[in-house]
Ligand binder design. Sequence first.
Ligand code: 4AD
Ligand code: MG
Length: 465
Amino acid sequence: MQTPGRVKVVDLLKSKELGKVFTVKGWVRTKRGNKNVVFIALNDGSTINNLQLVANPADFDEEILKLVTTGACLKAVGKLVESQGSGQPVELQIELLELYGTADSESYPLQKKGHTLEFLREIAHLRPRTNTFGAVLRIRHAMAFAIHDYFNSHGFVYLHTPVITASDAEGAGAMFQVTTLDMNKPPRTQNGEIDYQQDFFGKHTSLTVSGQLEGELAALALSEIYTFGPTFRAENSNTPRHLAEFWMIEPEMAFYEIEENMDLAEDFIKSLVKYALDNCADDLKFLNDMWDKELIARLQAVVNTRFVRLDYTEGVDILMKSGEKFEFPVSWGADLQAEHERYLVEKHFKKPVIMTNYPKEIKAFYMKQNEDGKTVRAMDVLFPKIGEIIGGSQREENYDKLRARIDELNIPMKDLWWYIDTRRFGTAPHSGFGLGFERLLLFVTGMANIRDVIPFPRTPKNAEF
Ligand code: 4AD
Ligand code: MG
């Protein structure tokens, strides 16, 4: 029998072409029924919603119907009809069934609903088949698309920065080494150190912790650029907000001062959340009902609130006067922990906060120094449930000041000569920030653990899938 081409479930559920014959392909979520009728819920990942297939057992080989179990993959052909049951507008009255792959009901791990997220992490190769991960992965895609769309429509150039780098200039965290040397028998120099001159690049190299420094080079030519790529940090922090491999978006803009940088960060993140609300309604509703009853309300609140702008010094003041018992004590000069950030955002202001003018000692060398000699024009965007979602700053564009800070911190000039060259030739005020893509997804999906918003998480002692 000549069968029509495949239609996706998302499109069929919206179709008005009752009576017409369609082909669908997908994975069986459930099968139920009796001698007279069988109902198969089919999902092909195009939407959180399943298509109901209705079969008359008399029309099919008994053996085939037995093999239609949860997890099996099949092709079905049938007539679109108005659904008799509630829950879906239409269903497919099937006439033909072809099995692509069976899924033994004894051993298929996703037999029943209601697995814990911890269990699903252990079967990361199969968890995309669940409603939750289908929703998260579709939202992840939608956010990536919205990011490119936002920057494209604002005239930013997408810049690809290197994954392998020779400098640890960012100082953002421990790096993963990249080498082709035989680590059992590495070549040695005369004084016994490993001889990286014999390594692939003729020097010691690592995976990047940030594309910013290269991003600045391009911004000082193209005006506005952004990066969006994988980022690697070998810090041994086993928290629900840290990954060893994550994705970061780093816009960098010539001629932006810190205020314009803050305005951009706020507008950018609001427009992403709005995009999710406008385009991922079914998936958000599912996640809202399943995991976090305040998710959609929280997303709407962020879109409609002006973020608080707060000096670090004022923030520390509020925290010290709060009377709150923190695990880590607060004092001027100390780095803020997630508990402090969340206190300010969730309890004190009840709004996202952009904190600025941090002590220079706790921030990177490249941040623009303030007149007071103590603080720099850093800005962190702090979010409910997450803490820091964005870190950024205005950059030091003055050659002498930048050079002095680099020397003060004993950063070897051989790693950075190319970076500070931009301050010798046509320097300009400029600013930028980094948004952690998975931190954004934590916020947008309401998931509580960062391992559940990336398909295959890389964390300490975990790189199985
Ligand atoms: O604050 P960070 O370290 O800033 C930078 O790397 C700058 N170069 C950014 C820039 O100005 N262009 O990191 C930026 C963001 C953080 O706010 C956080 O959202 C995310 O990256 N991030 C992580 N996300 C997941 N796992 C980790 N280990 C992360 N470390 C940082
Ligand atoms: Mg930071």
